[in-house]
Design a protein around this ligand. Structure first.
Ligand code: AMP
Length: 613
């Protein structure tokens, strides 16, 4: 077996390996490090994050750095500021015994002045996001004239983020460049294009086939109707006590909304997305690392800043559009030889997406049922029992409290006491899970899914005068606006000025809120519950407000926690998805527009912008 000590590497670096506790090189390190130490030619390394690729290029890079020289010799380009910071942190550890070595990281989102000052201290190694580096070049705060080594880290991601021209510009402005090391999770034509334009003959190394299979990941998916997604997420979280996970969502708006909803219900989570400033993001990551958070709700790009090896679960709140993004997401778990679970919540329409990803990762996904209430309660009970079994009360607990406890419960027998204690602990879970809907959908002929809890008749202020001339047209408008299954809508009646239709009671609020965000031919859509309206109860419930003001009652808002645990099951279940579809989809768009204006970058792939400034 290859060992670090067998590498012809500077002794200072070998000492750092020992200090860091790395025992054996990871597969990509075993392949790449010897090559880059002895023949630092051009290479392409196909490896995902979590494989140890930073060290694979980091050790050779530092090995070749001449600390006696006072100019930039090595440049690492990376897509995000988080990644830049991580690389710099790693490099600091690798180079801890190399006196005179200086590494500077430059990235957007923070004032440029401090970075300009740092660059004056003559670093040999610079880690940079492309956008900020170009700004610094334009200000003549950095010279790349003597850079010999360039690493393109996560090249596919940099291209996805629209950095192609920036990368071209930077590579063209490194006249002394002799070695280009490109790392990428995937080998797209665009990545190959960069290699063809800027690299000489290169060798390729991959830890497995591109889009590699990590057999330590158990891929599971849960099929629910679109409007049940949030409840399914909650239930999965409740069913997985001890989860330490990342919940992936598509847009920043989703990220914020879903995290807030979970927080309101007592879950220890936080959002992580590109609209948060650097300080906030670092704080979130810190809280996650020290386990004050059980999960982070993240967008794809922001999640790249999460450098944690023992994530137990990745949850896809929705599947990503691009199946390859799935591999990035699932790769956050099962790192460094551990195992992990990747759960995806999908609507029946999205099952095709699962098949596509199965082909890509060459692994079969397991369809699982969203657990019912009894299963959640049992799971929580056993988790609690296990905690009781394994907890080690602090040394003086017994000394301090035993006497009082004993006196108080002397009269109670042991079983009664245990039952009471456990009941108290589980009461909230039992209350909220004693009667819950089956959330599973898409099982043909099994009686699952669909309208289970009574149907609600809704009034909509659109009719034939607005061009809604048939039931199909209205159905089409409803399903388009809400992304619900057509089968959930029935008893459509179209009139001249308005129409009526029925939906399952459990979905009424979701559908109404989504529709009320829409306009039809310039006219704002208004939705009301038909029965109440016609029953003369003051106009019925109106669902016009995105912030929930229009459908108060029932849910009662946040009830603060008192028990210090997760709880949060307050019987206020149901549709807290305020404005999900119409609002958030369009919200996402609005966000990227704002963001473009703000020169942001945690964006959709076609968003052609570089770093924050
Ligand atoms: P990366 O793929 O570079 O993001 O690295 C993933 C994690 O694995 C980082 O936290 C590294 O510190 C860690 N790591 C890298 N190489 C090794 C190794 N040979 N042994 C143990 N851990 C490692």
């Amino acid at each position: 077996m290859t060992t670090f000590s067998s590498f012809p590497m500077r002794e200072e670096l070998k000492r750092a390996v020992e200090d860091m506790g790395f025992e054996n090189p990871t597969p990509i390190q075993a392949k790449v490090i010897p090559e880059l130490l002895s023949q630092p030619s051009d290479i392409i390394g196909l490896a995902q994050t979590g494989t140890g690729k930073t060290a694979a290029f980091g050790f050779p890079l530092l090995h070749h750095s001449d600390v006696t020289l006072k100019h930039v010799q090595c440049l690492v380009l990376s897509p995000t500021r988080e990644l830049c910071m991580q690389i710099q942190e790693e490099f600091k550890k690798y180079g801890q015994h190399m006196r005179g070595l200086k590494t500077v990281a430059v990235y957007g989102g923070v004032p440029i002045g401090g970075q300009i000052r740092e660059l004056k201290y003559h670093p040999q190694v610079v880690v940079a996001t492309p956008g900020r580096l170009i700004d610094l070049l334009e200000r003549k705060a950095i010279s790349l004239d003597e850079v010999q080594y360039v690493v393109l880290d996560e090249a596919d991601e940099m291209l996805n983020m629209g950095f192609r021209e920036d990368i071209d510009f930077i590579l063209k402005n490194t006249p002394a460049r002799e070695h280009t090391w490109l790392f990428s999770a995937t080998m797209s034509n665009e990545v190959r294009g960069i290699a063809k334009r800027f690299m000489k003959e290169w060798k390729e190394f991959s830890v497995a086939a591109a889009n590699s299979t990590n057999e330590n990941i158990d891929h599971q998916y849960y099929v629910v109707n679109h409007h049940n997604r949030f409840e399914a997420l909650q239930r999965l979280l409740d069913f997985t006590p001890g989860i330490y996970g990342v919940i992936f969502v598509r847009t920043r708006q989703d990220c914020q909304d879903i995290a807030e909803k979970l927080m309101r219900q007592g879950y220890h989570v936080s959002p992580l997305h590109g609209d948060m400033d650097q300080k906030m993001r670092s704080k979130v990551l810190e809280r996650f690392k020290n386990r004050s958070l059980q999960a982070i709700v993240a967008t794809d790009v922001a999640a790249r800043g999460i450098d944690v090896n023992d994530i137990t679960h990745v949850i896809n709140y929705e599947l990503p559009d691009d199946p390859e993004v799935y591999t990035h997401r699932s790769g956050r778990t099962a790192r460094a030889g551990k195992s992990g679970i990747c759960m995806s919540i999908v609507s029946p329409k999205e099952i095709g997406g699962i098949r596509q990803i199965e082909r890509l990762v060459k692994q079969k996904f397991n369809r699982s049922d969203v657990p019912d209430g009894a299963e959640v309660i049992r799971k929580r009970l056993f988790h609690y029992l296990e905690q009781i079994e394994t907890v080690e009360p602090k040394n003086n607990f017994a000394e301090v409290y035993q006497q009082s406890i004993h006196e108080r419960f002397e009269h109670m027998d042991k079983d009664e006491l245990i039952n009471k204690l456990i009941y108290l602990q589980l009461k909230d879970v039992m209350d909220s899970y004693s009667e819950v809907d089956d959330l599973n959908a898409g099982y043909e002929n099994s009686g699952r899914g669909g309208a289970r809890n009574g149907s609600v008749r809704l009034f909509i202020n659109l009719g034939s005068k607005d061009g809604i001339t048939s039931n199909e047209k209205l159905l089409h408008f409803i399903t388009d606006s809400t992304d619900i299954e057509p089968g959930l809508v029935d008893r459509i009646t179209v009139r001249e000025m308005s129409s009526f239709f029925n939906v399952p009671g459990s979905a009424a609020e979701f559908i109404s809120t989504a529709l009320s965000q829409r306009k039809y031919k310039g006219r704002k859509v208004r939705i009301e519950e038909a029965e109440q309206r016609t029953g003369g109860q003051g106009g019925g419930r109106s669902y016009g407000s995105r912030d929930g003001g229009g459908y108060g009652g029932g849910r009662g808002g946040y009830q603060g926690r008192t028990d210090g645990g997760r709880g949060g099951y307050r019987g206020d279940r149901g549709y807290s998805q305020g404005g999900k579809q119409g609002g958030e989809r369009r919200g996402g768009q609005r966000f990227s527009e704002n963001f473009r204006a703000a020169r942001g970058k945690d964006s959709s792939p076609n968003f052609n912008r570089r770093d924050n400034d």
